[in-house]
Design a protein around this ligand. Sequence first.
Ligand SMILES: [Zn+2]
Length: 144
Amino acid sequence: MLRRIFTQVAILVSIASLTAIILNHFGINIFASFFVGIVIQFLAYYTFIITLNTYVALKNKELDNERLKELSYQGLGVTCPCYKQINDFIPVRLNTPTYYRCSGCSKAISVLINTETAVVTEPQDSSIQHMNAILGKGIQNANP
Ligand SMILES: [Zn+2]
């Protein structure tokens, strides 16, 4: 920790000294240019930190939104069997037993998933051509 502080102060003084030497060649007071070098480094540092924090915050928000989006594909809205009947949205994995802690009663709740199957049907085509094909004769012939 102390070594890091000394390193940073050494870098700060080195860059400020270099700035003072360069600006002194152009006739600017060496102490004023040394001070300007230090101020410029602090401004650059804080600009970098603010930019980095903003970038990290935006990236975290983006990752959080992506995580919530993925979670919505793999989650269920469930109701706790306690008397409070609290509804929670929980992530569900089908390859492991699913447990969650109720947000109302703080008890560990196990989720049991019961599945059913059904045949997918398509809407029946009720056009006259289709009915003729099914009945083998013209529908309009059946009506006198
Ligand atoms: Zn509960």
